[in-house]
Design a binder for this molecule. Structure first.
Ligand code: IPD
Ligand code: CA
Length: 296
């Protein structure tokens, strides 16, 4: 494991004529529409069903949110593909795919913990293949707090609230021992047991740990310095596509187990000053305790 900071983003070409600012505006609009839906039309009984395990649930609002997002996107950009966490993606011909998590942090939503997000990203390349895609525009909305994180490639990262918009910058922290680190856990018990071993060794090395419950918001928390760093194993493209762009545009360094491509084995991100030490630590612990294919 070297100490060098890896390159920031995968080298997936972006068509010169792609209007990434317009894609960002669309991501913002549909995220806001879905955010209103999940707050205003939340039923008293959420009606959950199980996915990969008894604790991995989907609510009817996850499904309704995704349906709304995909419908609004299709109205504006019918030639784009869409990939969502829930069922109902589609293929396209434009080279742009919308990668959508209709509610990231479903467990928080279920328990009314105000830390869940609608995450909408426009990506180029193939989001099914690690390293073969990159987000070019995205929005992460926490509808419970009315915080909207958004970015397009080369445009910086922004937090918009009812009080206005602020440009985001990652923390300047360089000392691991003083760093506040976010993480998350999968849903499979066996994976969690291994993630717990990573945590046991990481916790004494850092200031403290936060497990907020939404990967999209965790990535945005790094973007605005609420976390110095974040790592997780087992993330899917929809968990991270928009938040990753927000973090990168705020100056974060981001990578995976071996290089600059985050994937299901590992996603880590931090400010540049912390990146060499943080990458070395989380890569080493992940190799030791989480070797083998990541599960949910
Ligand atoms: C989950 C959240 C959580 C992370 C899990 C994700 P979901 O997404 O982002 O913070 O730890 O890995 O699966 O299931 O709430 O959309
Ligand atoms: Ca989700």
């Amino acid at each position: 494991m070297g100490a060098a900071v890896p390159p920031v983003v995968p080298g997936v070409p972006v068509p010169a004529d792609l209007d990434v600012a317009a894609l960002e505006r669309l991501a913002v609009d549909v995220a806001r529409a879905a955010g209103r839906l999940v707050v205003d039309e939340r039923p008293a009984d959420l009606g959950t069903s199980e996915k990969s395990s008894r604790t991995d649930v989907v609510t009817e609002m996850d499904q309704r949110s995704q349906e709304l997002i995909l419908e609004l996107l299709a109205q504006q950009r019918p030639d784009d593909a869409a990939l969502g966490e829930e069922e109902g993606g589609r293929t396209g011909t434009s080279g742009v795919t919308w990668v959508v998590d209709p509610i990231d942090g479903t467990t928080n939503y279920l328990y009314s913990v105000p830390a869940y997000a609608v995450s909408v990203a426009a990506v180029v390349g193939d989001p099914a293949v690690p390293g073969a895609w990159r987000a070019v525009a995205g929005a992460v909305l926490n509808p419970a707090t009315d915080e909207l994180f958004h970015a397009h490639l080369g445009g910086g990262a922004w937090l918009t609230t009812p009080r206005g918009s602020t440009a985001l910058r990652v923390s300047a922290e360089t000392d691991l021992a003083l760093s506040l680190v976010g993480t998350g856990f999968g849903y499979a018990a066996a994976t969690r047991a291994r993630q717990a071993h990573v945590l046991v060794e990481l916790l004494p090395r850092v200031r403290d740990i936060r497990r907020a419950g939404s990967a999209a918001l965790d990535l945005c928390a790094v973007a605005c310095g609420r976390l110095d760093a974040y790592y997780e194993t087992g993330l899917n493209a929809w968990d991270r596509a928009a938040g990753e762009l927000v973090a990168l545009e705020a100056g974060a360094v981001l990578g995976g187990l071996d290089g600059d491509v985050a994937d299901r084995d590992l996603t880590w991100t931090s400010g540049p000053g912390l990146a060499p030490a943080f990458a070395e630590l989380v890569r080493g612990l992940t190799r030791t305790h989480l070797a083998g294919p990541a599960q949910d």
